[in-house]
Design a protein around this ligand. Structure first.
Ligand code: KIV
Length: 271
């Protein structure tokens, strides 16, 4: 029987076992209790409380404005809805770069105040001191390489990363560095499929892709995108499994009509 079917609680060790057995890992984002509960019941392996909450939940243009307190609010809501999935929380911009002590205290706040199981942060050699310090406190860390939305003002654009040799070589070096430090996994975002496959085959820890092709150990999508709640964002890598925008619009139109026609509430819907 597959590891995915056997386990009652997904841990970082379970994800590693899945990689060893060649079982693909399915991850999604979550920011609130109700949706997290549904995703957990559907047996998603891991939920990321992504700083994409800044875009999806708060309507900001980038992930930069979201605060540690806001991430803690989202993460604690998600944790209350989950009984099986591993919950990983993004360290928001400005809470871990350049100061490993601050990184540790940010990670500790997340673990203490939310009950989540791990943190994720963006970057390789630039943030390795922070990674080391967080790991030294026994907090599992996931890396994130390739397109790193917290660095959007440095990149200037959301195009595919590491298409040139120099950036690709640095990405591979960073992936090894993160593994050697003790990270339990790495997300690679929007990089060529062959490069992602190379990283996955060279590393012993799971490599989870978003816009990184099929040769990795698992996939992650932003839940609001794959359910069609968001409309404007349509990159090539995104597969929409539902069109909830249209479903919700339809339901709301029906409700408005029922109220206007005095059809709602009816005799059975009152006291
Ligand atoms: O914040 C987020 O949702 C992420 C995923 C896109 C990997 O980091």
């Amino acid at each position: 029987m597959s590891v995915h079917r056997q386990v009652r609680k997904v841990t970082t060790h379970v994800l590693n076992e899945m990689k060893l057995r060649g079982e693909k890992i399915a991850m999604l984002t979550a920011y609130d209790y109700s949706l997290a509960r549904i995703l957990d019941k559907a047996k998603i392996d891991a939920l990321l409380v992504g700083d994409s909450a800044s875009n999806v939940m708060a309507g900001h243009e980038t992930t930069l404005p979201i605060t540690l307190n806001e991430m803690i609010y989202h993460a604690s809501s998600v944790v209350r809805g989950v009984s099986r999935a591993l919950v990983i929380v993004d360290l928001p911009f400005g809470t871990y770069q350049g100061n490993s002590r601050e990184a540790l205290s940010s990670a500790i706040r997340i673990m203490k105040e939310t009950g989540a199981h791990a943190v994720k942060l963006e970057g390789g050699s630039e943030v390795i001191e922070s990674v080391d310090r967080i790991l030294s406190a026994g907090i599992p860390v996931m890396g994130h390489l390739g397109l790193m939305p917290q660095s959007i003002h440095k990149f200037g654009t959301y195009v595919v990363r590491a298409t040139g040799n120099e950036e690709a070589e640095k990405l591979v070096r960073d992936a090894h560095l993160l593994e050697e430090s003790g990270c339990f996994g790495i997300v690679v975002e929007k990089i060529p499929a062959m490069l992602a496959g190379q990283v996955s085959s060279e590393l012993n820890i799971p490599v989870i892709g978003i816009g990184a092709g099929p040769h990795v150990d698992g996939q992650i999508l932003v839940t609001h995108d794959m359910l069609g709640l968001t409309q404007e964002f349509s990159p090539r890598f995104l597969r929409r499994y539902l069109n909830l925008n249209d479903e919700i619009q339809g339901a709301v139109h029906s409700y408005i009509e029922d109220v206007r026609l005095k059809d709602f509430p009816n005799k059975n819907e009152q006291y």
